[in-house]
Design a protein around this ligand. Structure first.
Ligand code: ADP
Length: 470
């Protein structure tokens, strides 16, 4: 089953997950790094405090004691006094410092109760000691002043001190982060919704066009971003093409029925006439007319079928290498026979370069070339000429038919390739329906080639077929 997830939801979900992952990773990194930094910092402070306290101790003789400072602390020591300056710091920011004489605490603090029996004094070395499930950093310094022996200063710091600070930061950040993530997700959703709104509009309008009958309608949405502008353009372009192809299909159907209606009407009229007149000659004449109209209809139906098959791709092609030069000569001979007595006395001149090869279907190409020659004859003037040329150029193999006939007006030139288009239906013969050139174009394009025309009224026309060399 297809899940009904919109792009908006997908984008929002993706950003929400990504955001959560990024925030979690950053938090984790931050915690790890800051934990280490804090630990390092506490170790540094422990060391510094213990070392500094060493400077606050002095041994005094009995006589010297009289001159000493009031606030200082005195402990009897080796026949004299040990003077502990009042700057001796026994507690600072979670660090406790104690002064030991022969393993006994004589001054300062030892709240964790880390005794020298459990953790021996080690000169200027950072030790880690565990007591009651908690970890402590321990740093000792031997007092090395004159006359001072057996004295150690020990500093102890609970490693938890740094962690506690960190825990406070985390506790502060924890409620803020989900709120920030929620704001980011909501913002992302709103932006995605706004950004994709034109898409919804396009869908709605496309639906309207689909359910209506007006194909001239166009999509109109605010296109302030490139993607939407391109989509809108593509849609409108497609609608234009659809409209155009529907219109030409309609035109085609109406033209085809019109072209078929005329011969049918003639046949029916001839039948009625023949049934009324009982004379043999009238019968014969009516039958001739009916036969001609039947032939015209048959030719028209055959051409229509050909168009349909070419469009649907169901026309069976026999593609092969063809010697177009030889084919052109054959067509010329055939056409000469077809012109019969040549009442217009037109002269056909050929300039055919031998050995011009193309790849294609012989029947279709014969049809295309014959149509051009027939037209040149049809629209040629009395005692005129037709030039038929085959030659080879960089663009491909060229088949050319030129005449010095009636020519075509400039404004009609683009339309002559359309189906059923006739510049003037009175000037051709009655058998033609305006499909000849459309068929030529279709056949040539089916072979990957193209057509060209040059014409001047009263001077003549030149039709050219360009095919790929085979
Ligand atoms: P038709 O059956 O009317 O000949 P075509 O498709 O062959 O239909 O030609 C379309 C129109 O182009 C014709 O009606 C004619 O007016 C014009 N035409 C075609 N070939 C020539 C030509 N060689 N000289 C002048 N006009 C031509």
């Amino acid at each position: 089953m297809k899940r009904n997830i919109t792009i908006k939801k997908k984008i929002t979900l993706w950003f929400a997950i990504l955001l959560l992952i990024i925030v979690s990773v950053v938090m984790l990194l931050l915690l790890t790094v800051s934990r280490q930094v804090l630990h390092q910092d506490i170790k540094g402070r422990l060391k510094a405090l213990v070392e500094a306290n060493q400077e606050e101790l002095e041994y005094l003789n009995l006589e010297d004691k009289q001159d000493s400072d009031e606030g200082d602390h005195f402990i009897r020591y080796q026949g004299g006094y040990l003077e502990i300056d009042d700057d001796f710091c026994d507690y600072q920011d979670g660090i406790s410092v104690g002064l030991y004489l022969d393993g006994e605490l004589i001054y300062g603090e030892n709240p964790a109760g880390i005794l020298p029996e459990d953790c021996a004094f080690l000169q200027q070395q950072m030790q880690t000691e565990e007591k009651d499930g908690e970890k402590y950093d321990v740093y000792d310094v031997r007092v090395n002043g004159a006359d001072m022996e057996g004295l150690w200063i020990r500093g102890v710091a609970n490693q938890k001190e740094g962690v506690t600070l960190l825990a406070k930061v985390v506790r502060l950040m924890l409620p803020v982060l989900p709120v920030l993530a929620l704001i980011a997700i909501a913002g992302g959703y709103l932006i995605a919704r706004r950004g994709l709104k034109p898409l919804d509009d396009i869908c709605m309008q496309a639906d309207q066009i689909r359910s209506g009958t007006d194909l001239t309608m166009q999509i109109s949405v605010a296109d302030d971003c490139t993607e939407i502008r391109r989509l809108k353009g593509a849609f409108n372009h497609m609608l234009k093409r659809l409209e155009h192809s529907f219109a030409s299909e309609k035109q085609f159907t109406s033209d085809a029925s019109h072209e078929l209606r005329t011969p049918v009407a003639v046949i029916l009229a001839e039948c009625e006439y023949a049934l009324e007149e009982k004379q043999m000659e009238e019968y014969e004449e009516a039958l001739h007319v009916i036969a001609r109209q039947g032939q015209k209809m048959s030719a028209l139906i055959e051409e229509l079928l050909m168009f349909t098959r070419m469009e649907r791709g169901t026309l069976r092609l026999h593609m092969q290498r063809i010697n177009l030069s030889r084919l052109a000569e054959e067509i010329c001979r055939e056409q000469e026979k077809a012109f019969g007595e040549n009442p217009k006395h037109i002269r056909v001149l050929t300039q055919i370069r031998p050995g011009c090869m193309v790849y294609g279907d012989e029947n279709l190409l014969t049809r295309a070339c014959s149509n051009l020659i027939t037209n040149a004859y049809k629209y040629g003037c009395e005692y005129g000429h037709i030039w038929i040329r085959v030659y080879c150029r960089k663009a491909g193999i060229i088949f050319e038919v030129e005449d010095d006939g009636i020519g075509i007006d400039r404004e009609d030139l683009p339309k002559i390739w359309n189906r059923f288009y006739q510049v003037d239906s009175a000037r051709g013969d009655h058998a033609s329906a305006g499909l000849g050139l459309a068929l030529v174009k279709e056949i040539v394009e089916l072979h990957g080639g193209y057509t060209q025309v040059q014409s001047e009224p009263d001077h003549g026309s030149l039709f050219r077929i360009v095919l790929k060399e085979g």
